[in-house]
Every structure is written in C-alpha cells, then in structure tokens.
Design a protein around this ligand. Structure first.
Ligand code: ACO
Length: 704
C-alpha cells in the first residue's frame, strides 16, 4: 500500500532491519549489512537471523518481533518460501515499508506467491518495493540498503530501474563517466510500488533534480503518464524490449502497425518524458538534465577554439534538429574583439587556436549575458599553449558572473587526461562536459526536447472538447445483441458521425428498387458495396462498384454485386447493398486506433496508400489528445510535405484534419470499454478550407 508515509519510510528510513541477515560473507544477507555499515548509514541497523548472535559487530535478533524499538524499513533477504511468514511478522511489528530482494515470484511464473505476499502487506498497510530487486541506494542518506557494491558517484539524478543487474552496472559506470546520482532504486517486479509512485515521491525530494528511468514494461501506462506530467522535474527514460508488443492478434490495419517503440514513444511524448536511445545516451542526457535548465528557444551559440570541432558540432546540431542562427551584427562586432583577424564571429564563433583563458572568459561572459542568446555550447580542443583546467575555470567564472540561471550551457573538451580532469571539475561545478562535440550537442538537444514537450502538453484539452454519444452506444449494443463484434460499415459510420466525424452518406438497400430510391436521395455519382459480415474483402469478392452515374447503372450494379458475392461465398449472409455518396478525390490518409494493453485507447495517423503499406509512415498518440499534440502528429510524419502542398499542389486542410484527429481520439476514449480497434481508411483530405471526409469505417468491439 503506497502512500507518502510508507514511501518516506522506504526511501528515507530512520532504522533498517535486514531479515535474513547472515554472518557468512558472500551471502546477500551479509552484503546488505556490510553495505549499510560501509555506506555510513546513520540510523539503527537491526540484523535478523534465527541462529546468529552477532554480525559485523552488530547484535542480532532472532525475529523481527524481538527488536525493542520501532523499525521503519525491513529489507528481506530470506528464500522465497519464507517470505510470506516474514511479511506477516513485519506487519505485526508495525513496519510500513518492505524492500523484498528475494527472487522466485512472478518473474518465474509464481504470481500466486507474489499475490499472497501482497495481500498480507496490504492487510497491515505496508508498501512493498520489489520483489526481485537489488535494493535502494541514497547518497544524501548514506544508505546502501542493497547488494550493489557502493553508493553511486554523488550527484542530483535519481535512477529507477527494472533491471537489478543494470543498477549494479550503472552504479559502477557513474564513477567512470562522472555522472552523479543521489539515489538508485531497483523496482523489480513492481508488485506494489511502481514507477508512478516513485516519480510522485521524488517530485518532493530536494536531493533529486532529474528522474532517470530504465523501463522494460509498465503495468499501468496512464498512471505513469499522469505522474510524469505532474512532476516539475525532468524525466528521462530508456525503454528496452521493443520487439513484439501488442501487434500479435491485430484485427485491424492499425493494430498491425502498432509496436512498442511507437506506442511507448507517443506515451513518453505526452508524458513529457525525454527519451534516451541507449545507455551512453542515457548518461549524457541525464547529466545535462540534472545540472542545467531547459533550452527555451532557438538561439544557441557555439563558441570554439577549433574549426574541426566546430564543424562536428554543426553536423550534430543538424542531426538533432537544432538550427545554428548567426547572432545579430552588434553581437558579432563585440565578439570580434576577442579573437584575431582570421577568427569568425558567425555560428560557431571561432576564437581560433590562439584563444587563451581570457578570450574564452570575455566572449562567454558577453555572449551568455546577451538577451539574444538562449543557450551556449562551448568547445575546446586541447592546445600546447593552454591549460584545460584554466579554460574550464574561465568558462565557469564567465557564466557565474552573469548571474543568469535560466539558460543552459554545456561544454565539450576534446583531448587527453588533462581535458578529462578539467571536465570533471566542470561537472562538479554544475556544468555538464563531454569528450565529443556530438555528445555536447545531444545533451543540449535533450534540454530543448524537455522544454518543447512540456510546452506542448501544457495546452490541456484546447480544441478537443470531450463528447459522449448515446446513439453510438445503442448501435454497439444492437451489434452485440446480434452476436457480432464487427460493426457493419454503415453502423461504424453512424458511430463516427455521432462523434462529429465527417463521413460519406451511406444507406442500406434491401432491394434493387430501394437502391434506386436511395441513389436519387444521395445524388449521383454513387458507390455501391455489399454488406455482409462474412465478406471482409469486398473488392476481392466483386462486391464494390464505383462512379455509378444513373439509375440504369444502379440496377446493373445491384444485380452484378449480388451475383458476384453469391458465387464468391454461397453461404455468406448478405444483409443488402450499401448505397454511398461518392466523394471527390482528395489526399488519402489513414486514421485508426487500438486498445493498447499498457496505455489503453491509442490513435494512429499516417498518409494512405504506399506511405502506410510500404513505408509504415505512421504516428501514434494515447487518447485523448490536445490540439497541439495532433498538430505535432501531422507534422512529424515523414510525408508531411504532401499535406503542406508538394510539387505545386494546393496545401491540404490540415486544420480540419487536426479537428478530426481530436474527435477521433475523443470517440475511442469515450468508448474505451466497448471498442477494441478501429480504422478509417481512407479519409480524404481536401484543399484548405474544404474539409475532410471518411469514406470507409471499421470498428471491432472488445470481447466481453
Ligand atoms: N528470519 C530471519 N532469517 C532467516 C529466516 C527468517 N524467517 N529464515 C531464514 N533465515 C536466514 C537463514 O538462516 C540464512 O542465514 P545463515 O546464513 O545464517 O544461515 C539467511 O536467512 C539467508 O537464507 P539462505 O537460506 O542462506 O538463503 P541465501 O542467502 O542463499 O538466499 C536469497 C536468499 C538471496 C533471498 C535468494 O533466495 C534469492 O532470492 N536470490 C536472488 C536475489 C536477487 O538476485 N535479487 C535481485 C534480482 S536482480 C539481479 O539479477 C541483480
């Protein structure tokens, strides 16, 4: 049971009992006691063991109930078969937080043991971290309640990881990379305490400036999104295990295109979570996010003493989508005072290889303080005439003297061990520094992404008003009463229309005469399609006729479709023939939805035809969405230029498309208990001001 009090006791305990403590070196129960002592923990440590009397100089209690004082946290290191009994004893003792290191639960299929443990814990109002974890580490509390060998290199980030082994590896890497962490938390099977609980708690933790996540899979995606959106601190995530996700039993086009990378990527965007592509990238970005403010606008100035590293930084800036604008002329004029004739005040600003401490100091102090500048990347190539540490000190002094705190600065020092030492000094003094310009630019890109995604998500529900429809629910109820999970196209379009989505007019004809009457009612030209839940691929069955221009055409099409379909599938239950308005040609897009196992209703958008079939150029968002998010969906597909009006064509009505995406997301969210998957393929997008129209609709219901 997680609440603020139990999490306080878990993460900032005043006393720790280790149940399963051992006097045998090499055992986990011994290592945890040793780590608590070595780490310098100031609270009380109570080793619990049925036979031992003393472990590493500490008195041992045979049972947790024998401890005379109250205990905040119990770390459990007994074999799995004893865990339930120990949890019961801890509950009776009044302990509120358990860290269960023991393995052998749901990760090996023993969900029963995990549930048993959890129900005991809940009975006593205890929270459980784990099971199957390494434990928790905290520099600010000098608490190493784990079997990781040492506390991490100190800093302001906090790691939450689903992989215990990775925690131990990352713990060691913090020293080689000099990326500092305050806390490291192994979350394991997440039987109880999950990412969202910890993120919410860390939001209030004065020692955490950046929350760094290693995620294999979330249990409750929406709770995670909410927690990330609510925190005022940057969250960065490395998502592993992206191969087969959700796509297995897809009944819709959209379902077959959904994958973990895309759906998690969309959720991270909406949660305001910056992503890392690999472990190195995670360290680089975490360092920047834990030390520097976000990059709030586009004017990023690069200052260098070497043309080569400047070019590398320029290439990297382009790779990460950061423009390098030239500073205004007056800024350039001032910068020229701190470089030789052959220097350059453009961007990158090249102070040349002659640059010493003072040129760095003067140019940085001026440029960083200038209102034009939003952020600074400082590059340095090791030279014989300069001392890297002095350059680092000049950079820091210049930045500090401006008293500006809302503009990021990152540094890259390219060279040998002298540069390494200078960079370590910079990091210890709050300025992220990297051995390669690409890494520095990537760090700056993380600070920019952080700002941009937060700004986009701030736009709450603007433009996408929630809406509910009883008509839609009645249509769905009728289909269920018929024993069907697939709605007919006519039913699906009625549902779409009930949520304000523009659809082509469509009606069902049960006879040739009715088809003629409906054709006159709709207006020529029309399309006719067979309606039968036994015939999924209507065109293959010869069940579709388009561009019918008159009554004779309607009669001919009616009879031909009937004959074709009876020949194609004699046993098919043909409900009639749909008479549909023939929409004028437009740019084809596909919109659809899935009910993702982790995030629930999630919409997809892409261009139709070859773009979706071959290039799979689609993008996802968890429903509901706001108008900024749908605009970003439209703008982030690779083929967006076609909608913007490529090759002399008029721009398409992206505003109407954005409104449709908002309504579509609202529809699948409102009907989340009913709908499994949907496709609107194609939707035709017309010229600006002329709107959009869904010409096909497919809704598959959830099995209940
Ligand atoms: N109360 C107190 N102590 C008890 C109790 C009890 N009810 N029952 C047993 N103990 C004591 C034992 O007597 C023993 O102490 P001893 O050395 O003095 O005899 C101690 O608890 C440990 O019990 P063992 O039977 O020796 O178990 P062992 O130490 O070999 O293993 C462990 C226990 C570590 C919990 C093991 O079952 C396990 O789960 N290992 C995996 C843990 C893990 O890797 N977790 C992280 C996964 S992530 C990653 O891969 C890094």
């Amino acid at each position: 049971m997680t609440n603020k009090t139990s999490l306080d006791k878990l993460l900032k305990p005043k006393s720790v009992a280790v149940v399963g403590a051992s006097s045998q070196p090499g055992k986990i129960g011994y290592t945890v006691i040793e780590n608590l002592i070595k780490g310098g923990y100031q609270g009380k440590i109570y080793p619990i063991n049925p036979t031992a009397t003393e472990i590493l100089g500490l008195p041992v209690y045979a049972s947790i109930s024998d401890v005379p004082e109250s205990v905040d946290l119990a770390v459990i290191t007994v074999p799995v078969k004893f865990v339930a009994g120990v949890v019961e004893e801890c509950g009776k003792k009044g302990i509120k937080a358990l860290s269960v290191i023991t393995s052998g639960f749901s990760e090996v299929g023993r969900h029963d043991l995990e549930e048993e443990m959890l129900s005991i814990a809940h009975r006593y109002g205890m929270c459980i971290l784990g099971p199957n974890i390494v434990g928790t580490l905290s520099n600010s509390d000098k608490l190493n309640a784990s079997f990781a060998p040492f506390l991490p290199f100190p800093g302001k980030a906090t790691l939450i990881t689903q992989s215990g082994a990775l925690l131990i590896a990352m713990d060691a890497i913090t020293y080689t990379r000099k990326v500092g962490f305050d806390k490291m938390i192994s979350i394991g099977n997440m039987a109880d305490v999950d990412f969202a609980d910890l993120i919410t708690w860390l939001d209030q933790d004065e020692n955490t400036a950046c929350i760094c996540l290693y995620i294999e899979g979330l249990k409750d995606g929406r709770k995670f999104i909410e927690a990330c959106r609510s925190t005022s601190k940057p969250v960065i995530a490395l998502k592993a295990g992206v191969s087969a996700h959700g796509a297995a039993a897809a009944a819709s086009h959209t379902g077959s295109l959904a994958g973990a990378v895309k759906v998690y990527g969309a959720a991270f965007q909406q949660a305001g979570v910056v992503q890392a592509s690999d472990l190195n990238n995670l360290f680089d970005r975490t360092l920047a996010l834990s030390l520097q403010p976000p990059l709030q606008d586009e004017n990023l100035l690069v200052i260098t003493n070497g043309g080569g590293v400047g070019v590398l930084a320029t290439d990297a800036a382009e790779k990460y989508g950061i423009p390098l604008h030239f500073a205004p002329p007056d800024v350039q004029e001032e910068l020229k005072k701190h470089m030789p004739e052959f220097g350059s005040a453009k961007n990158p600003v090249d102070l040349t290889g002659m640059a010493g401490n003072d040129w760095y100091y003067q140019s940085i102090k001026f440029a960083y303080a200038h209102p034009w500048t939003d952020g600074l990347v400082v590059l340095y190539c090791e030279t014989a005439m300069t001392n890297p540490l002095e350059i680092a000190q000049a950079i820091k002094k210049a930045v500090d003297e401006t008293h500006i705190h809302n503009r990021p600065v990152v540094v890259s020092m390219v060279g040998g061990t002298r540069c390494d030492q200078a960079m370590q000094w910079l990091v210890e003094n709050g300025i992220p520094a990297y051995p390669a310009p690409d890494q520095a630019m990537n760090a700056m890109a993380a600070l920019r992404e952080y700002y941009n995604i937060r700004a986009m998500n701030g736009d709450s529900n603007n433009g996408c008003q929630p809406h509910s429809s009883e008509v839609a629910r009645e249509i769905i109820a009728k289909a269920r009463a018929d024993g069907r999970l697939a709605l007919t196209e006519i039913e699906a379009k009625k549902v779409f229309a009930a949520y304000g989505l523009p659809v082509t007019e469509i009606n069902l004809a049960h006879s040739e005469e009715e088809a003629v009457a409906l054709a006159y009612q709709t207006g020529f030209p029309i399309v006719m399609k067979v309606v039968s839940h036994n015939i999924i691929h209507k065109s293959d069955a010869g069940g579709v006729k388009v561009n019918i221009k008159d009554e004779a055409g309607v009669r001919a099409a009616y009879n031909t479709i009937m004959q074709n379909c009876r020949a194609y599938k004699p046993e098919a239950d043909i409900r009639g023939i749909a008479v549909q308005e023939m929409a004028p040609l437009g740019t084809e897009v596909i919109v659809g939805s899935i009910n993702d196992p982790t995030f629930g209703p999630t919409i997809m958008f892409g261009l139709g035809g070859i773009f979706v079939e071959v290039l799979k150029d689609v993008t996802f968002r968890v429903a509901p969405v706001n108008s900024a998010q749908v605009m970003q969906m439209i703008n982030e597909i690779r083929s967006v230029a076609i909608l913007a009006g490529a090759r002399g064509e008029a721009p398409r009505d992206r505003q109407a498309l954005a409104e449709l995406l908002c309504q579509y997301a609202n529809m699948v969210y409102d009907l989340r208990d009913e709908i499994a998957e949907t496709d609107a393929n194609p939707i035709l997008v017309y010229e600006e001001g002329k709107g959009v129209k869904a010409v096909d609709a497919r809704i598959i219901l959830k099995r209940k």
